[in-house]
Ligand binder design. Sequence first.
Ligand SMILES: *[C@@H]1O[C@H](CO)[C@@H](O)[C@H](O)[C@H]1NC(C)=O
Ligand SMILES: *[C@@H]1O[C@H](CO)[C@@H](O)[C@H](O)[C@H]1NC(C)=O
Ligand SMILES: *[C@@H]1O[C@H](CO)[C@@H](O)[C@H](O)[C@H]1NC(C)=O
Ligand SMILES: *[C@@H]1O[C@H](CO)[C@@H](O)[C@H](O)[C@H]1NC(C)=O
Ligand SMILES: *[C@@H]1O[C@H](CO)[C@@H](O)[C@H](O)[C@H]1NC(C)=O
Ligand SMILES: *[C@@H]1O[C@H](CO)[C@@H](O)[C@H](O)[C@H]1NC(C)=O
Ligand SMILES: *[C@@H]1O[C@H](CO)[C@@H](O)[C@H](O)[C@H]1NC(C)=O
Length: 396
Amino acid sequence: MAKKQLMVPATWGVRSSFHSLIALLVAFLVIASIYVTQNSGVLIEDATKSKSSDDLSSRCNLFSGKWVFDNKSYPLYKEKECTFMSDQLACEKFGRKDLNYQNWRWQPHRCDLPRFNATVLLERLRNKRLMFVGDSLNRGQWVSMVCLVDSVIPTGLQSMHQYRNGSLHIFKAIEYNATIEFYWSPLLVESNSDDPVNHRVDDRTVRVQGIEKHARHWTDADILVFNSYLWWRRAQMTVLKVEMPRVYEMALKTWSDWLEVHINRTKTQMFFVSLSPTHQKALEWGGAEGQNCYNETEQIFTEGYRGQASCPEIMRAVEKTLDDLKKRGLNVQMINITQLSEHRKEGHPSVYRKQWEPLKEEQISNPSSYADCIHWCLPGVPDVWNELLYAHIINL
Ligand SMILES: *[C@@H]1O[C@H](CO)[C@@H](O)[C@H](O)[C@H]1NC(C)=O
Ligand SMILES: *[C@@H]1O[C@H](CO)[C@@H](O)[C@H](O)[C@H]1NC(C)=O
Ligand SMILES: *[C@@H]1O[C@H](CO)[C@@H](O)[C@H](O)[C@H]1NC(C)=O
Ligand SMILES: *[C@@H]1O[C@H](CO)[C@@H](O)[C@H](O)[C@H]1NC(C)=O
Ligand SMILES: *[C@@H]1O[C@H](CO)[C@@H](O)[C@H](O)[C@H]1NC(C)=O
Ligand SMILES: *[C@@H]1O[C@H](CO)[C@@H](O)[C@H](O)[C@H]1NC(C)=O
Ligand SMILES: *[C@@H]1O[C@H](CO)[C@@H](O)[C@H](O)[C@H]1NC(C)=O
């Protein structure tokens, strides 16, 4: 039986591909959130019912807290000292002068986050594969994780290789026989955005029911960290008359069905990183019309602040999907980074990143026109996402 092909009309450039990916992801999340919403009150109780009654999330909600300025312990590593830093995220290298974005610690309201200890993590990963699967935001978190452990590995005892035309990156801590990998799959399911470098395709095609091509590369990992939002986040994205959240839901269904059949439950620990907020409309936090995160040096202190780009339906779709999986005996822990990252409008690369194409005159005169308000500088916000992930990994 031919798999259903969802066609999205063209005209999206690289930037729009990214947006479309976000749109796809959003849809996925939306769907999951809808299901989750219905059960949201139960999540924590469910955790206590699961076999580890000592489950982290039953003791304390790590995702509810506040940012505390802490320039003694943070950053957790130096940008220059990370061998595998990405030029997309190295804001200091590309001229950023205000560096306070590196100095914030996440403080949960009712407990403390365990201190990130790279040696402990590497011991946990001995003879194992930790794998991030998703889009460029997940790739940023992967780079952060590599930087976090790189500092404790002597030079020469680590390696980095690319496979499958750059779809798969493998960092290896040789003494530990441990790998930290990233697999590019921005919509989780198959699409013609699957080329990690050249996503500029005229006809966007998403195969919502196709995942095997990707999944066979990650099914056997010991720890899996998924995300998918950004490329789905295009409200107008209608595929075969199916609206966005629904398409996302369909993709999540494909993904969860795959997990149910193929994942070895005693071996593989799974996580889903919730949607990463963007800061592209300064008006939303009281800034000037037409501005974005460009020139922002302070976070948003309003408690519970939520930007309009963070689609609640997507959040619910993910929640619902994970809840559903739990009923089917599969535990995928959500790493809920959305709310805490909402506040960090100053944490994006903005104009401080490598420009792949020379800037045009009109861009230079209007820097916000080319500011990246989607990804995150490193060291920075994704390090905290990894501290949250770390807390869950070592908890078991
Ligand atoms: C994520 O965490 C925030 C802050 O604790 C909370 O308000 C929100 O409901 C959580 N979302 C999900 C899907 O768990
Ligand atoms: C940390 O921040 C405080 C307050 O801004 C400042 O006085 C101090 O010099 C900083 N310390 C370091 C090590 O940067
Ligand atoms: C990290 O853990 C190792 C092994 O438990 C311990 O020896 C080391 O002191 C810890 N490092 C830090 C910075 O806490
Ligand atoms: C190294 O780790 C891989 C899993 O990533 C495992 O299959 C292999 O057996 C390990 N090698 C040794 C010598 O333990
Ligand atoms: C890598 O790219 C080449 C040229 O586009 C293509 O022919 C090949 O199939 C790709 N390899 C993989 C593993 O995707
Ligand atoms: C699942 O993983 C466990 C632990 O690694 C292993 O002992 C078991 O053989 C695996 N089961 C299957 C069906 O591969
Ligand atoms: C950037 O911020 C500085 C200091 O807050 C301000 O003086 C300047 O006008 C801002 N520039 C733009 C283009 O908003």
